[in-house]
Design a protein around this ligand. Structure first.
Ligand code: AHM
Ligand code: MG
Length: 343
């Protein structure tokens, strides 16, 4: 993992800090930085604004589609997760900073198109996580992870994608909620920016986010309880205070990982998606869902485990690999490790 300068704590009370200004100031902490990583973060912020626009008018798509000329030939309205995927690919593929990309929406590695320069970084993303929630106006999100290319220059290979999460140089998410927020880390703390819709700018609103050591919230889909192993059931009983060893946590489950994670990051808590008898590897994807959130969580003082190992230590073997995950407040994740790893 590259050397990281110590955490930045800045006095933001007297100034408005745009994400551009913040990224430049962060870059100055890394002497010798080429500016490529900063460029990737700018481009992602732009893609996030474009996706936010689409998400905001999601409920109008049918009305506009049926009234507008664009749909005159009866084209089927594209699904928003496909649109989000294309938006990110188009925003990122010609900047000369990436050697390739991988997305939840695409089976194979996405190459940089012929004729464009390639760079030293590899981007993984989930363009619209929780997209089944779009129809009912529940928050959804984008998750991203940036790795350094392995080996020499040239187009990406699978080896560039299959790196453990501890090798990430940047990771972040965007939550399209009552406001749009972008939260990211480059290994010097976690910083959150809220989109000012009038200015069209992400402004620093949550500098140096820290997750409480013990949390109030438990986010898990209980409908799988019958399919869980006994140790997972024992852990959930612990979180609910049923074994008398802690105060019960409040259960909150949106069903959009970004939204659940974001609430727990700010308020303290744990998000769990355990393995179960029907999904022995869990549901969530290691490389572009779990690793980036694990990097952010650790940078905020929290932790993430698959029940046996630190998520960031898992050496991936497949692009779309799934993993169980327990992520959030350190003490609550330690409880998961103690109960699950012992069994
Ligand atoms: P998706 O990538 O297909 O949207 O699936 C991921 C989502 C997460 O956001 C969420 O935490 C989880 O699936 C919910 O799954 P379930 O309905 O099984 O609880
Ligand atoms: Mg997803």
């Amino acid at each position: 993992m590259p050397d990281r300068p110590s955490r930045v704590v800045r006095n933001t009370s007297t100034s408005v800090v745009t994400i551009e200004r913040f990224i430049i100031e962060q870059e100055e902490l890394h002497p010798g930085a080429s500016g490529s990583l900063s460029g990737i973060l700018y481009d992602l912020a732009l893609a996030a604004k474009m996706i936010a626009n689409k998400v905001r008018s999601a409920g109008l798509a049918d009305i506009i589609g049926s009234a507008g000329a664009s749909n005159i030939q009866g084209e089927v309205q594209q699904k928003l997760d496909v649109i989000a995927n294309e938006t990110i690919v188009k925003a990122m593929d010609h900047g000369g900073r990436l050697c390739g990309m991988a997305s939840e929406e695409v089976d194979e590695i996405i190459p940089i198109p012929q004729g464009f320069k390639t760079g030293d970084y590899f981007l993984l993303f989930d363009p619209l996580d929780g997209s089944s929630n779009i129809d009912v106006n529940v928050p959804v999100g984008t998750i991203f992870s940036v790795l350094q290319k392995k080996g020499g220059p040239g187009p990406a290979t699978l080896a560039d994608a299959l790196q453990p999460g501890s090798a990430q140089v940047a990771a972040g998410y965007v939550i399209y909620g009552s406001s749009t927020m972008l939260v990211y880390t480059t290994g010097t703390g976690v910083h959150g920016f809220t989109l000012d819709p009038l200015l069209g700018e992400f402004l620093l609103s949550h500098p140096d986010i820290r997750i409480p050591a013990q949390g109030r919230y438990l986010s898990v889909n209980d409908s799988y309880a019958q399919l869980w192993s006994d140790p997972v059931r024992a852990l959930m009983a612990r979180y609910r205070g049923l074994d008398g060893k802690r105060e019960p946590m409040n259960v909150r489950y949106v069903g959009s990982m970004v939204a659940d994670f974001h609430r727990n990051l700010l308020g303290g808590g744990v998000f769990a998606y355990p393995a179960n008898a029907k999904s022995p590897k869990g549901k969530l994807r290691l490389l572009y869902e779990c690793n980036p959130l694990a990097f952010i969580c650790e940078q905020a003082g929290g932790a993430a485990t698959d029940g046996q190992r630190r998520v960031l230590d898992v050496v991936p073997t497949e692009l779309h690999q799934r993993t169980p995950i327990y992520i959030g407040s350190r003490d609550d994740v330690d409880a998961a490790t103690a109960i699950l790893a012992a069994n």
